[in-house]
Design a protein around this ligand. Structure first.
Ligand code: RB5
Length: 148
């Protein structure tokens, strides 16, 4: 597996799953930036989405992983950044296709909706599937307002 720099962020609904995902990513040899949060104290998910997205935009991380209760708030927050394409995934097919077709650079997960094993499998597919390019370049250019 290609080694990448990964930025992780979560709110109080997702920090436990984030810890498991970080452990697996470290074991697979990836470099990790942990943007928090790391306990159950109530926090605001946009703050952690911002930290992960800014790390990617600054070139400090290649890809990001965001975890909240549903993954929905994190994905909405992340997709407000023009350079970010965040896919909210609940299964491995979505994880594979959001990399292959959308060239997603952030994965969002809902810790209250999926089990730990499913989340680990999703992360594995997200990290091992290459972007296909080709016809998808034109569509991604339209997302960012660039002409194809
Ligand atoms: C926090 O209670 C919850 O709203 C958050 O984790 C997330 O699910 C938001 O989309």
């Amino acid at each position: 597996m290609k080694q990448v720099k990964l930025a992780f962020g979560a709110d109080h609904g997702g920090y436990g799953l984030k810890a498991k995902l970080i452990e697996a990513a470290r074991h697979a040899g990836h470099d990790i930036i942990d943007c928090g949060t790391n306990d159950a104290a109530s926090v605001d998910y946009p703050d952690f989405a911002a930290a992960v997205c800014r790390a990617i935009i600054a070139g400090e991380a290649d890809l990001g992983v965001l975890v909240c209760g549903t993954g929905i708030g994190m994905s909405i927050a992340a997709n407000r950044y023009k350079q970010i394409r965040c896919g909210l995934c609940t299964d491995t097919t979505a994880a594979r296709l959001t990399r292959a077709h959308n060239d997603a650079n952030v994965l969002a997960l809902g810790a209250r909706l999926i089990g730990e094993e499913v989340a680990l499998d999703i992360l594995h597919h997200f990290l091992t599937t290459p972007y296909e390019g080709g016809r998808h370049d034109r569509r991604i250019a339209k997302l960012t307002g660039q002409t194809a």
